[in-house]
Ligand binder design. Structure first.
Ligand SMILES: *[C@@H]1O[C@H](CO)[C@@H](O)[C@H](O)[C@H]1NC(C)=O
Ligand SMILES: *[C@@H]1O[C@H](CO)[C@@H](O)[C@H](O)[C@H]1NC(C)=O
Ligand SMILES: *[C@@H]1O[C@H](CO)[C@@H](O)[C@H](O)[C@H]1NC(C)=O
Ligand SMILES: *[C@@H]1O[C@H](CO)[C@@H](O)[C@H](O)[C@H]1NC(C)=O
Ligand SMILES: *[C@@H]1O[C@H](CO)[C@@H](O)[C@H](O)[C@H]1NC(C)=O
Ligand SMILES: *[C@@H]1O[C@H](CO)[C@@H](O)[C@H](O)[C@H]1NC(C)=O
Ligand SMILES: *[C@@H]1O[C@H](CO)[C@@H](O)[C@H](O)[C@H]1NC(C)=O
Ligand SMILES: *[C@@H]1O[C@H](CO)[C@@H](O)[C@H](O)[C@H]1NC(C)=O
Ligand SMILES: *[C@@H]1O[C@H](CO)[C@@H](O)[C@H](O)[C@H]1NC(C)=O
Ligand SMILES: *[C@@H]1O[C@H](CO)[C@@H](O)[C@H](O)[C@H]1NC(C)=O
Ligand SMILES: *[C@@H]1O[C@H](CO)[C@@H](O)[C@H](O)[C@H]1NC(C)=O
Ligand SMILES: *[C@@H]1O[C@H](CO)[C@@H](O)[C@H](O)[C@H]1NC(C)=O
Length: 741
């Protein structure tokens, strides 16, 4: 921003504030210092990305376009720390976004402001310290130098925050307006910009702002159902009236729409009613998804796969094609990705560095024979393919070429199990790659905690900027990708640059909430006690194998050493279940992660996280109370198959329960409808009334003439209307921004 930037900044700030009132991402999260919204928007414009592309990026986040705007910022947030002692200056204890070093930095910053008035001084101290609040990421949207100050005098109705009814902004103005301070964070030109000003002059609020109303328009904000504001005290979610979670759904109703046994489903990125399904041996099909209520099966021609990689995929109990992902701009660029296992004895292309190597204190020649005839005989591969050559536009392509376009990743595996393999484009456009600890009971080499190993990690790769072969070699990358500049190694130099999160055992199915991109949930398969669901954050350590869930874990053998519990700050699971609670054979439980349900089809499931056990005896709905708190309670819920299912379901002998076989995975289509991918076929969640599960919300929507369960189009239309308002606002803001640059 050049001259005249001040005015631009103010107007831009105002636009931002209009937009901010619509955000929703409020589980506890800390500010990330490495990037902020303002530079993000500017850099998008400078990189000459056409506006339609920009819009298609928005389009990706179907349910709330606005979120895409904040995405970058929100996704970068890290989980709060768990403190042993309270901070000596700021006083936060338990959960906080500051460690003691940051606390003393804030103390210095505050003292440098030289505020003489005691009343104002204590208010400003609380403002400065709000950076340590576990909700700091939300209090400081777009890296404002000042948190959102609660300004509501009337809206005491927030179910979100207790601060709803304090008018802290007004109180701050009244107390501090005539008080001089150095380096005032309230300078108008700072709107939307990071850091404190470098202004040695002493200023009063009245020097900077015409009136309380101007001041509070810029810095104030209300606590709404999906956001919090700062009211002078640490953020307290309003639990009164909401501490008992809404009753779990009475049941999950399914219909069977396909006979195929798939491990992966991916909605067609063009937004149509099509989706891709991939099986473990290595074939991908494109299928049409029937309308809800049409009582027809999915349209798929088993004889003509979209892509067949069975020649290169090594298929065995724990091996095969483990993931597929379509580039967010697939409809324009035809790029698709497959994640699979291969056998280097059988295929020359299966030739990567061994994950057991001297850098991680592992000698491949000493690995147990579980690894195969040769060390690292089995490998994990992510490869890129193209649908370009088979059609004039990728969107109309009905097949892709099996010739590999580019190798994204190859790594030799130490054992035969726990190698995850899911790939997923995040709402930020980066490729997330889920990797297990590599197998062996209790992660013998301690790979999941080893920051130099990529086993037991979630990786985040940039597949849009491919470095030269020389750069790849220089950086010892495992393939053709680059590292997003904001990956957490920037904050922790010990981490390999690919790593986004660590301490996972075998992440089996992760998803981003389509309504709230900061909710990145992964189920992580346990050893023999606990199956867990984790809320994945930047740089988060999920504890394995120091912990299994919240339980301390003792491995039977530790050739690779141990990690001291006191040396890590593990993040506890948000949901899960004991193996013993399934009362099955010991060790038989294995979690399969699903989705936060966002379809209108089953309004009683709305907003709940759906997951299951592989053995299909249990399905859970996780309910968050209060809403947006990150505090989930899971309930095992009944499930059944509707009598009028397009393909009749078989039942478990001697009961009404549908016999699903194994629940391998879940899927989500472009209507946000959720699917269970089971060994016996593809099942879709349908309105609960079709299984006689009572759901008063379903009756309410039907009675109100709203989105009838059989016509999901209606709900998308209202969603679109809501969203288009935001788009207009966004465009106005961006165009304005453009004229400022
Ligand atoms: C808390 O939320 C409930 C509604 O869920 C509301 O009635 C109540 O006034 C709120 N309390 C505060 C202190 O904001
Ligand atoms: C601040 O100054 C104004 C104008 O001088 C005065 O009217 C007001 O009472 C003062 N407020 C405080 C809190 O000192
Ligand atoms: C403030 O500005 C002065 C001179 O312009 C410069 O020497 C100093 O480093 C700056 N301080 C900070 C913290 O940016
Ligand atoms: C500080 O105040 C003086 C006198 O009012 C002014 O000339 C100078 O530009 C101010 N400095 C800054 C950094 O605003
Ligand atoms: C409170 O903040 C909102 C959002 O910034 C703003 O629109 C409103 O005018 C403010 N209200 C008051 C009373 O200042
Ligand atoms: C979390 O949810 C449980 C169950 O609904 C509730 O009892 C508890 O108060 C909630 N905790 C917080 C911190 O809100
Ligand atoms: C699914 O399998 C059943 C039983 O084998 C068969 O009757 C039905 O036609 C199949 N449906 C589809 C869509 O393949
Ligand atoms: C496919 O074609 C599009 C448009 O012609 C082009 O931009 C893209 O790079 C191609 N993709 C591949 C993988 O060749
Ligand atoms: C990059 O991709 C090319 C083309 O597939 C491949 O030949 C090369 O080996 C890949 N580089 C790495 C490090 O995998
Ligand atoms: C790779 O490393 C070599 C030796 O350290 C250096 O000379 C070369 O410039 C580097 N190349 C790139 C592309 O980074
Ligand atoms: C889960 O298992 C642990 C020990 O393995 C036990 O202490 C705990 O009570 C169990 N919890 C439930 C809910 O069964
Ligand atoms: C909702 O509607 C279904 C069928 O339309 C009916 O069977 C059920 O009793 C109704 N439930 C309630 C709670 O009104």
């Amino acid at each position: 921003m050049g001259g005249g930037g001040g005015a631009c900044a103010i107007v831009f700030l105002l636009f931002n504030l209009l937009l901010l009132s619509r955000n929703s991402f409020s589980h506890p999260l800390c500010i990330d210092s490495s990037k902020f919204l303002h530079s993000f928007v500017v850099s998008m414009f400078r990189s000459s990305i056409p506006v339609w592309h920009f819009l298609s990026v928005f389009y990706l986040c179907r349910t709330d376009l606005l979120l895409c705007f904040f995405l970058d910022y929100v996704l970068l947030a890290a989980a709060p720390l768990t403190l042993n002692a309270s901070l000596s200056f700021c006083g936060y204890d338990g959960s906080s976004c500051c460690n003691s070093a940051q606390d003393s930095q804030l103390a210095k910053q505050f003292q440098a402001m030289k505020i003489s008035n005691p009343g104002c001084s204590s208010l400003l101290k609380s403002v400065v310290c709000s950076r340590c609040d576990p909700f700091a990421a939300e209090l400081y949207p777009a890296k404002r130098p000042v948190p959102v100050l609660c300004n509501s005098t009337v809206a005491a109705t927030s179910s979100q925050s207790n601060q709803a009814d304090t008018n802290f902004c007004s109180q701050l103005w009244d107390t501090c307006q005539n008080v001089s301070m150095l380096n005032s964070p309230f300078a108008p030109s700072l709107g939307g910009q990071a850091g404190l000003p470098n202004n040695s002059n002493s200023t009063k609020l009245t020097d900077l702002w015409q009136s309380k109303s101007d001041f509070c328009t810029a810095f104030g904000g209300e606590s709404a159902d999906d956001s919090v504001c700062f009211g002078g005290e640490p953020v307290q979610l309003n639990t009164t009236g909401t501490s008992t979670p809404p009753a779990p759904p009475n049941g999950l109703c399914l219909e069977k729409i396909g006979n195929g046994s798939y491990l992966n489903m991916a909605a067609h990125p063009d937004g149509s009613n099509r989706a891709f399904f991939a099986n473990q041996p290595g074939q991908i099909w494109m299928a049409t998804i029937p309308d809800q209520g049409s009582k027809t099966t999915m349209g798929v021609d088993e004889a003509s796969p979209f892509l067949d990689l069975t020649d290169v995929v090594n298929f065995d109990t724990e091996f095969g094609m483990m993931g597929i992902a379509f580039h967010p701009n697939f409809a324009q660029n035809g790029r698709l990705f497959a994640s699979f296992n291969c056998d280097k004895v059988k295929w020359a292309g299966c030739n990567g560095r061994c994950s057991c190597n001297s850098e991680v204190n592992c000698d491949p020649s000493k690995l147990a024979p579980d690894n195969g005839a040769q060390p690292c005989q089995y490998q994990t591969v992510v490869a890129e393919y193209s649908a370009n050559a088979t059609s004039t536009t990728p969107s109309s392509a009905t097949s892709a070429k099996p010739a590999e376009v580019r190798r994204i990743f190859t790594m030799g595996l130490p054992f035969r199990s726990h190698h995850g393999g899911q790939i997923l484009f995040g709402p930020d456009g980066y490729l997330y790659f889920m990797m297990g600890d590599g197998g062996g009971t209790g992660d013998p080499y301690n790979f999941a905690q080893d920051k130099k190993s990529l086993l037991g990690k979630i990786m985040r790769l940039d597949v849009d900027n491919i470095p030269t072969a020389q750069e790849i070699a220089n950086n010892s990358f495992w393939g053709n990708y680059s590292i997003p500049s904001d990956n957490p190694y920037k904050l922790d130099a010990d981490l390999q640059p690919e790593i986004w999160a660590l301490g996972l055992r075998n992440p089996w199915r992760c998803s981003f909430d389509s309504a709230r991109p900061s909710y990145f949930l992964c189920a992580d398969v346990g050893q023999d006690q606990y199956e867990e669901v984790d809320l994945i954050t930047k740089g988060g350590n999920y504890g394995w194998r120091v912990f299994e869930g919240n339980y301390a874990y003792k491995p039977p053998a530790t050739p690779g050493g141990n990690t001291l519990p006191s040396s890590i700050n593990p993040i506890a699971p948000i949901m899960g279940y004991n193996h013993s609670t399934l009362s099955k054979n010991e060790g038989s439980a294995s979690i399969t992660g699903g989705y936060i349900y966002r379809s209108q089809t089953d309004p009683c499931m709305s907003g709940r996280y759906l997951y299951a056990d592989l053995y299909a005896s249990n399905v859970w709905a996780g309910t968050e109370t209060p809403e947006d708190s990150g505090n989930f309670t899971a309930n095992s819920i009944p499930f059944s198959c509707t009598k009028d299912s397009p393909i009749p379901c078989t039942t478990v002998s001697g009961s009404d329960a549908p016999s699903l076989g194994y629940i391998f995975s879940f899927g989500q289509d472009n209507n946000n409808d959720v699917f269970l991918l089971a060994s016996s076929g593809v099942y879709r969640v349908v309105p609960p009334s079709r299984c006689n599960y009572a759901c008063s919300k379903e009756n309410a929507t039907a009675a109100a003439g709203g989105p009838a369960p059989s016509a999901p189009g209606a709900s998308s239309a209202s969603q679109l209307q809501r969203s288009s308002r935001v788009v207009v606002l966004l465009l106005a803001s961006l165009l304005f921004m453009f004229s400022c640059i």
